[in-house]
Write a protein that binds this ligand. Structure first.
Ligand code: SF4
Length: 84
C-alpha cells in the first residue's frame, strides 16, 4: 500500500482528478448499467467526415483514432440516458 500522509482530522483532501482507465472512455467500460452501451449513452458524440467516428463527450479527445470509442462497448459508470 502506498504511503499516505497523516492529516489532522477534518483536513480537506485534495480533489480527486478522475483519469480515464481506457483512453477515450470516461470510465472503465463495463462499470455502468447492465445491458447499456456507449451507443445508448447521451454522452456519445459522432464526428462525421468521410465516415463516422465516435467519441465520448466527457473526454478531451484528439482528432485521431486513439480516442475513438466503440458504440458496442459496455457502458461506463457515467452512462447517461438519452432524452427522447
Ligand atoms: S458510456 Fe457514455 S460516458 Fe461512458 S464512455 Fe461511453 S459514451 Fe462516455
Amino acid at each position: 500500500m502506498a504511503d499516505q500522509p497523516d492529516l489532522p482530522f477534518g483536513t480537506a483532501l485534495p480533489p480527486i482528478t478522475p483519469r480515464p482507465v481506457v483512453r477515450g472512455y470516461a470510465r472503465r467500460p463495463g462499470t455502468g448499467p447492465e445491458g447499456q452501451t456507449c451507443g445508448t449513452c447521451a454522452n456519445v458524440v459522432c464526428k462525421s467526415y468521410s465516415r463516422n467516428y465516435y467519441k465520448c463527450g466527457l473526454v478531451k479527445t484528439t482528432g485521431g483514432p486513439a480516442t475513438d470509442i466503440r458504440l458496442s462497448s459496455p457502458a461506463c459508470e457515467l452512462w447517461k440516458k438519452k432524452d427522447r
